[in-house]
Design a protein around this ligand. Structure first.
Ligand code: UDP
Length: 241
């Protein structure tokens, strides 16, 4: 589509039928890969990501190991079939940047100092992209890390707020991301009330920023509860076994 469509319809709803403050349906499943130490699938509407965690394990080559903490190696990647137009499977500049942004967010929650001289590998594959892939990838990683039993200060929950046709909207879809006036992904460690990731593309007034932050925090609270529920149901499975 080359021309900007109307993003907010006359009835006040969005192109996918949601209210401005409504998130897409969320599905979380832990332990989906047999060969990983931890894994998870995280879906937010049509955005779907699988994450796999390996480690902590001995670092090779040895000279890259750190004496006082674990090293995180993080790869965010979009599969060629995740987008409308085939994505070149080679890592793009965007994917390299997002891998770094996600690594920094994860470094704020993983207790890396407990595992000196080791490496933790975290892979995220976007299976289907409809905006918000950096946040869904980060949350998939957080769930896979919990599945691997790696100690963390808190889980990570995040959602984007933005502006479409002048209206603040929660959890942007692709047309809103592409044509909207602003896109602000926010991820938090909800119990600690700390921000793990915050970026802003576009323009918002200070008042819109405050309102948006409030909107995002409500969404994050909902997501956090779903994450805890997903972990609990995984543990219940183990108990039965
Ligand atoms: N996108 C795409 N091809 C690409 C990169 C992005 O189709 O090579 C789409 C995809 O739906 C993605 C959206 O554009 O979710 C927004 O991308 P952005 O860079 O804002 O990151 P995201 O919102 O996914 O974290």
């Amino acid at each position: 589509q080359l021309q900007k469509p109307k993003l907010i319809l006359d009835n006040g709803l969005r192109l996918d039928g949601r209210r401005p403050d409504e998130m897409r349906p969320i599905r979380i499943e832990l332990g989906v890969l047999k060969n990983a130490d931890g894994s998870a699938i995280f879906e937010m509407g049509n955005t779907k990501v699988i994450a796999a965690v390996y480690g902590p394990k001995e670092m090779h080559p040895r000279h890259l190991a750190l004496p006082d903490r674990a090293v995180l190696r993080v790869r965010y990647h979009m599969t060629p079939f995740s987008t409308d137009e085939r994505k070149n499977p080679a890592p793009s500049r965007r994917e390299i940047e997002l891998s770094k942004v996600i690594r920094e967010a994860l470094e704020s929650t993983i207790l890396v100092e407990l595992f000196p001289r080791t490496v933790i590998d975290i892979f995220m594959e976007v299976l289907q992209a409809d905006a918000g892939t950096r946040l869904v990838s980060l949350m998939a990683a957080s769930m896979a890390l919990a599945d691997a039993g790696i100690p963390m200060r808190d889980l990570i929950a995040g959602v984007a707020v933005g502006k479409a046709d002048g209206v603040l909207v929660l959890d942007l879809n692709e047309p809103e991301d592409m044509w909207g006036e602003a896109d602000m992904p926010i991820a938090m460690m909800p119990s600690l009330k700390q921000v793990a990731l915050l970026q802003l593309n576009g323009n918002m007034t200070p008042q819109e920023f405050r309102q948006g932050l409030e909107m995002a925090q409500k969404g994050i609270e909902t997501i956090y509860n779903l994450e805890k529920e997903a972990i609990r149901s995984k543990y219940a499975e183990y108990k039965e076994e």
